[in-house]
Design a protein. Structure first.
Length: 248
């Protein structure tokens, strides 16, 4: 029996909202002034994002818990017949995943802002406040930043497809640990978006929200964490398809 696309949409919306709420929340806790976790460091952020994925995968199990359009595109490039049990691969289902993931990311970013509203009101550099919502490079080189996002996303999607077909089948804990590992190993140059929705939805929220002293939303960089993960996801899907075909 096919899963209704509205159920897919709601599942991805809820799961991605929880992902971004907890993920942006741990970043806010570490970098915004006068929080309990201020100065907690990069590894706290890595583990916080991993646990955010853990929670999001469980919340969105009904739709296969993509939470990430790069995963959706990876499954499509892999030649999958379904995106999850009862969800055939069609143009309509593809756009349903994209819509749910984008809306969920936007909602999650707004909820994170509300949770830390008083700390956003404190004096901090505009780039710090933007960093709660979206990624940015430590050394700005659009081409190399793009390569970093492609590589990080390739690892994420390739492992998911090779071992579980989709995040819900692989299991929440393995996916969470995979995200922690990618952040610890490959996250240094760009902040490892590895998910176009994770970056674009919150960046739109940053642009629209009345954040005190927020500054620019850095739209000149925004294409990197959108298209880098999509390319990485598609390459991972193709590579996994080739590996599975070779090994039978």
């Amino acid at each position: 029996m096919n899963v209704p696309l509205m159920q897919v949409f709601l599942s991805e919306t809820v799961g991605t909202a929880i992902l971004i709420l907890l993920g942006a929340g741990v970043v806010a806790n570490v970098i915004l002034p006068k929080t309990k976790g201020f100065g907690g460091g990069w590894l706290l952020i890595n583990f916080g994002w991993g646990l955010a994925v853990f929670a999001g995968v469980y919340a969105a199990y009904r739709s296969g818990a993509h939470l990430n359009f790069a995963v959706t595109m990876g499954l499509w490039a892999n030649g999958a017949d379904t995106y999850a049990t009862g969800v055939p691969v069609t143009f309509g289902s593809t756009m349903t995943y994209l819509g749910g993931e984008m809306l969920g990311a936007f909602i999650g970013a707004i909820l994170a802002f509300l949770a830390y509203k008083k700390h956003f009101d404190e004096d901090a550099e505009p780039a710090v406040k933007l960093g709660v919502f979206s990624t940015g490079p430590e050394l700005r080189s659009y081409g190399w930043n793009f390569v970093t996002e492609v590589i990080g996303t390739f690892v994420l999607v390739f492992v998911i497809i090779m071992f579980g077909k989709d995040p819900a089948k692989l299991g929440a804990l393995p996916v969470a640990l995979l995200v922690v590992g990618i952040g610890a190993s490959l996250g240094g140059p760009t902040g490892y978006a590895i998910n176009p929705n994770r970056d674009l939805g919150p960046r739109i929220a940053h642009a629209l929200l009345p954040i005190k002293g927020k500054g620019s939303s850095d739209w000149s960089y925004a294409w990197v964490p959108v298209f880098g993960p999509i390319v990485g996801g598609i390459l991972a899907g193709l590579a996994a398809h080739g590996m599975n075909s070779y090994f039978g």
